[in-house]
Design a protein around this ligand. Structure first.
Ligand SMILES: NC(=O)c1ccc[n+]([C@@H]2O[C@H](COP(=O)([O-])OP(=O)(O)OC[C@H]3O[C@@H](n4cnc5c(N)ncnc54)[C@H](O)[C@@H]3O)[C@@H](O)[C@H]2O)c1
Length: 237
């Protein structure tokens, strides 16, 4: 693989929601190929960026441009999951409006490069409620709120919209992960895993490779696309 195609060395990569389960893995993956990563979140990161607040986004962008000069890659990874919110409006605000805010404000500050949005399998298919029977995560009953599904479906549509708007300078794509293993209750893991072709949940670092692909020139002719990383769950009836 030539460096000219896999060209992430010294690229400035802004990741939102970087303090959660997958964020630190994404940070490590980009750093491992020489990118300058700016990890942001509502807490637990040096730069605070609340995706629901245009003021917060503008302040963070100003700091990053002052420090690095530009932003090459934006990963809209922040999300309100069932762990944090079950309320329709809150979930829509973080997942859908938040992704819109970042594509709109940060995308406008990018002259070239790549934006990657993060959806979910529930943006593509409805939940199979049998896997949620008595399921627990972080000490709470697990579910799949309607707002989560609606917001993540919207993220895929927003991806096509912004890909069209920012072409040809900035490519905009989406990655759609399936369930990430994070010590969910045993019966959930067993039932969910059986639904996938690969027979297991994703490891927390298994989405990062697709981000590297979509961020680099390996995907230089790919825009407006959604790549599903779900172990084959949505590909089987
Ligand atoms: N974990 C899964 O099983 C799974 C499956 C499919 C898709 N996803 C998606 O992957 C992405 C990463 O999630 P994760 O798995 O690391 O889960 P996570 O819940 O651990 O991480 C989400 C992060 O987003 C941050 N966040 C919440 N509200 C925010 C706001 N207003 N502004 C900025 N950041 C905010 C949280 O603080 C958290 O660090 C999310 O978009 C999520 O919806 C996760």
């Amino acid at each position: 693989m030539s460096n000219s195609i896999f060209n992430l060395k010294d690229k400035v990569v802004l990741i939102t929601g970087a303090a959660g389960i997958q964020g630190p893995e994404h940070v490590k993956a980009f750093e491992s190929v020489g990118a300058e990563v700016v990890a942001t979140d509502i807490k637990g990161t040096e730069i605070i960026l609340d995706v629901t607040s245009p003021d917060s986004i503008n302040q963070a962008v100003k700091k990053i441009i002052d420090q690095h000069g530009y932003i090459d890659v934006l990963v809209n990874n922040a999300g309100a999951t069932g762990k944090y919110a079950t309320d329709w409006e809150q979930i829509i605000k973080v997942n859908l409006t938040g992704t819109y805010n970042c594509c709109h404000i940060i995308g406008a500050a990018m002259n070239q490069g790549s934006i990657i949005n993060v959806s979910s399998i529930y943006g593509l298919v409805g939940p199979d409620w049998s896997v949620y029977d008595q399921a627990e995560y972080a000490g709470k009953p697990m579910g799949a709120p309607a707002g989560y599904a609606a917001s993540k479906g919207g993220v895929i549509s927003l991806t096509r919209y912004f890909a069209s708007l920012y072409a040809p300078k900035v490519r905009v794509n989406c990655v759609t992960p399936g369930g990430i293993f994070d010590n969910q209750s045993e019966t959930f893991v067993k039932k969910y895993s059986a639904k996938t072709m690969l027979g297991r949940m994703a490891k927390k670092n298994e989405v990062s490779g697709t981000l590297l692909y979509l961020a680099s020139d390996l995907s230089s002719y790919v825009t407006g696309e959604n790549i599903v990383v779900d172990g084959g769950l949505t590909a089987r009836a």
